[in-house]
Design a protein around this ligand. Structure first.
Ligand code: SF4
Ligand code: SF4
Length: 96
């Protein structure tokens, strides 16, 4: 098994050189921030997550710009996901 190793400098980690890696993660909706219902998937237990499309990305991601199209109304989980955090770097390491 080969483990990919990337040494990223903190200043090299920015959303502008990313391919929205974190926008293909499951995003639970746990508070009402005004996400339009067409972007929400409700499972059989009533739990709400951001709807993802066949390409794996969140349905609210603008595929042309790779920016969030509902930025002002994005879920709390997305607001808390910090650029440069361990989780961010982990997603970039796996997907870029
Ligand atoms: S927060 Fe991190 S993983 Fe998400 S788009 Fe920005 S750089 Fe990429
Ligand atoms: S709501 Fe916006 S920031 Fe959150 S996963 Fe979807 S596109 Fe990304």
């Amino acid at each position: 098994m080969t483990i990919k190793v990337k040494n990223l400098l903190a200043q090299d980690v920015t959303c502008s050189n990313c391919k929205a890696c974190c926008c293909s993660l499951e995003v639970m909706i746990i508070s009402d921030t005004g996400v339009p219902s067409k972007y929400i998937y409700v499972d059989e237990h009533g739990s709400e997550t951001m709807l993802r499309l066949d390409d794996g990305w969140c349905s609210a991601l603008d595929r042309n710009t790779l920016m969030c199209s509902i930025y002002e109304n994005r879920p709390w989980v997305c607001r808390e996901f910090e650029m440069g955090s361990f989780e961010c770097i982990n997603e970039r390491t796996i997907k870029l």
